[in-house]
Design a protein. Structure first.
Length: 260
């Protein structure tokens, strides 16, 4: 297919954002996504019963997830947000599909780690489906994921623990590079030291259950934003949406000024 000049576009065009939200168990990731505009959930795990949302039947295979994406692409509808809940459960379906394609019982049975390379290609197909919905259906994507505490080997400092996506490193890398916002949700926790006597101390966690959203990477967690969002804000979709629209409009305005 020949490339024509009329296919060129300005990079400052505002398109629906691609959001990945990872967070601790029960922090309210699904509730956050349910407040987005006209959402439809592609669910790979149970847990939406308490929420009044529209969702596809629970996907039990990689193919069923792809079929849901296809239905949103080819059929007429009024949904403006597609939510995947969740990435780590989808990864298990991807691994099963890879094993089935190569006629083995487990992805680990494919030698030299090639099974995980094949899984990355399937992740790319999933993300391409979300991009089609973004570009041609003007749909925002929210991918929810659980988090894990994992040792991070910093080449410039001592190793330390941090919250990371609960995914294989290949899938986590592809998703992190693809998204526009990678946010981390957690409870706001402070620590205090207590004197126990005999020169002994104990660190105790304190908090009122406040839930916060982090959009910038710190030693303790993985996050990023391609928009100038506040570093931290309440885990409230209305607050986040207002900040996101403001940031996107500011970014677009700056781009137009530069191009003059």
């Amino acid at each position: 297919m020949a490339i024509e000049l009329k296919s060129l576009r300005k990079s400052s065009i505002m398109r629906p954002p691609r959001i990945v939200l990872h967070g601790t168990h029960g922090v309210g990731k699904s509730t956050f996504a349910s407040a987005a505009g006209n959402p439809v959930f592609i669910q790979t795990e149970e847990g939406l019963d308490a929420l009044n949302v529209t969702a596809f039947p629970l996907a039990r295979s990689y193919d069923e997830v792809m079929e849901a994406l296809k239905a949103l692409y080819v059929e007429e509808h009024e949904f403006t947000t597609v939510v995947l809940d969740s990435a780590d459960w989808l990864e298990q379906l991807i691994w099963k599909k890879v094993a089935m394609n190569h006629k083995v019982s487990n992805i680990e049975d494919i030698g030299y780690g090639k099974g995980y390379i094949y899984a990355i290609e399937m992740w790319r197909d999933i993300l391409e489906g979300f991009d089609l919905l973004r570009n041609e259906k003007q749909m925002m994507t929210i991918i929810l994921a659980h988090t894990q505490i994992k040792r991070f080997d910093d080449p410039l400092a001592d190793s330390y623990d941090r919250y990371m996506l609960d995914l294989h490193k290949g899938g986590a890398s592809v998703i992190s590079e693809w998204c526009d916002v990678l946010a981390f949700a957690n409870y706001n926790v402070a620590t205090v030291k207590e004197e126990l006597g005999f020169k002994q101390t104990r660190t105790r966690a304190m908090g009122a259950g406040t839930r916060v959203l982090h959009t910038q990477e710190r030693p303790g967690w993985v996050a990023k934003s391609r928009y100038p969002l506040p570093d931290t804000m309440p885990l409230d979709y209305k607050v986040f949406s207002t900040a996101l629209v403001t940031a996107m409009e500011s970014q677009q305005s700056n781009a137009k000024e530069i191009s003059k």
